[in-house]
Design a protein around this ligand. Structure first.
Ligand code: TRP
Ligand code: SF4
Length: 400
């Protein structure tokens, strides 16, 4: 039950840039070696804000998956899929909506923030209000326990925890739960049963989180329990009923420090990006035309790297020796700005080289990407269907 499963999604909003690479994607690539990872394209979430722009979604979806693959997300290690191809998310969203107070959704900070930020759009829709709940369904349907997200998304993981808790509380109760749980404890054998009871008491009486973790670990090591008894004993540690939906936690992604071409944070809305697979000529042109310290009007004017966005790129892309050279050259007017920019240009192009190469395979043969995603959808669907079966049953819809 308690596998370490990671799930994250991204809305298909256009070509990804180096900010996404240094912020999110490198993290995804790292996690895929450590955990069972599910990464998906949140195309329904894109529609909650861009419902008036349906023609661009398809292209964005495939471009984004190619960007992921280019960045090194490996379909042999992580499952890649598209939200709308796993319609179980929608059924869970609907079922969860039955127990979700409207006030919880109105309270989520992104609700008002985004309405204000995207004021040219009418976001007073039912779908947009439900955005965080759809995200909860995305997470809960895989019983994922780790959700890598940026700071802005933490409240969405928080509401997901509240919803899982409420769901388990309302629907995890079965007739005779206590008796069944007590009977299951006996199955543990006398030594484990005693340890389980001790941990449970420590957690229930003192809220001792280590005791909770230890009791869970004990259950994880125990082989001879039925699935039902396992769930009961996980739930019984915390006093309540069965744990049907797993409470996830946010795995905070360090905010990307990737500066854009103007020194502000790299972002599509600031129009200061270098895309992940930008061609080398264009990278050179963009960096060569970057603004520099405004005090360096002529080549002979000394400059101050602290006042120059190119210097910020040096921090990300060049080594100590190069930075030393750039600092001194700038302050003494020993080098020109074009000279100073060249090592950055070279480093960005070198970083992108393997990405462009990996992407080329998929651009040459788009059926490769289609088939990776088809496999991923199938795998995701199997898991989603299992959870949904338990959810339907718990909600009294288990009849066939
Ligand atoms: N809302 C997320 C974002 O804008 C995307 C997303 C949708 C997501 N469902 C998710 C992220 C589930 C993590 C888990 O970035
Ligand atoms: Fe910026 Fe380099 Fe020019 Fe100095 S020399 S102003 S750091 S680009």
């Amino acid at each position: 039950m308690f596998v370490n499963r990671v799930l994250s999604g991204m809305r298909p909003t256009g070509a990804l840039h180096l900010g996404h690479y240094h912020g999110v994607l490198k993290n995804w690539v790292r996690l895929q070696h450590e955990f069972e990872c599910f990464y998906f394209v949140a195309d329904w979430h894109a529609l909650t804000t861009h419902y008036d722009d349906p023609r661009t979604i398809e292209q964005h979806v495939w471009d984004m998956v190619i960007d992921w693959l280019a960045a090194g997300v490996d379909p042999a290690q992580a499952t890649l899929f598209i939200q709308s191809r796993v319609p179980e998310h929608a059924e869970l969203h609907l079922l969860l909506s039955m127990i979700t107070p409207v006030s919880w959704l109105e309270r989520v900070p992104t609700y008002k923030d985004q309405q204000e930020k995207l004021s040219d759009k009418d976001l007073a829709t039912y779908g947009f209000l439900g955005y965080p709940l759809l995200q909860s369904a995305d997470i809960l349907i895989y019983r994922a326990n780790q959700v890598p997200v940026g700071e802005d998304q933490v409240p969405h993981v928080e509401i997901t925890r509240e919803i899982a808790r409420r769901f388990n509380h309302v629907f995890g109760k079965e007739p005779g739960f206590e008796e069944k749980a007590e009977a299951a404890i006996k199955q543990l054998g006398s030594r484990r049963a005693r340890v389980y009871r001790q941990h449970r008491a420590k957690y229930l009486e003192h809220g001792d989180a280590d005791a909770l973790a230890a009791a869970r670990a004990l259950l994880n090591e125990t082989q001879n329990l039925t699935l039902g008894d396992r769930e009961r004993l996980f739930g019984y540690i915390e006093g309540g009923g069965k744990v049907i939906l797993t409470e996830p936690r946010a795995l905070l992604t360090q905010a990307s420090k990737m500066p854009g071409l103007d020194g502000q944070k790299m972002s599509k809305s600031y129009n200061n990006t270098i895309t992940l697979r930008e061609d080398a000529d264009s990278v050179g042109k963009k960096i060569r035309t970057m603004p520099t310290d405004p005090a360096r009007v002529k080549r002979t004017d000394p400059g101050d790297p602290e006042k120059c966005p190119v210097w910020q790129l040096h921090q990300v892309y060049t080594d100590d020796a190069t930075r030393q050279w750039a600092q001194q050259g700038c302050r003494s007017a020993g080098i020109g700005c074009l000279e100073c920019k060249q090592p950055v240009i070279d480093a960005v192009i070198a970083e992108q080289h393997p990405m462009r190469e990996r992407a080329q395979r998929y651009l040459d043969d788009p059926t490769l990407v289609r088939s990776i995603v088809a496999d991923g959808c199938e795998k995701a669907r199997k898991l989603a269907q299992e959870t949904l079966r338990d959810v339907r049953e718990a909600m009294g819809l288990g009849y066939s």
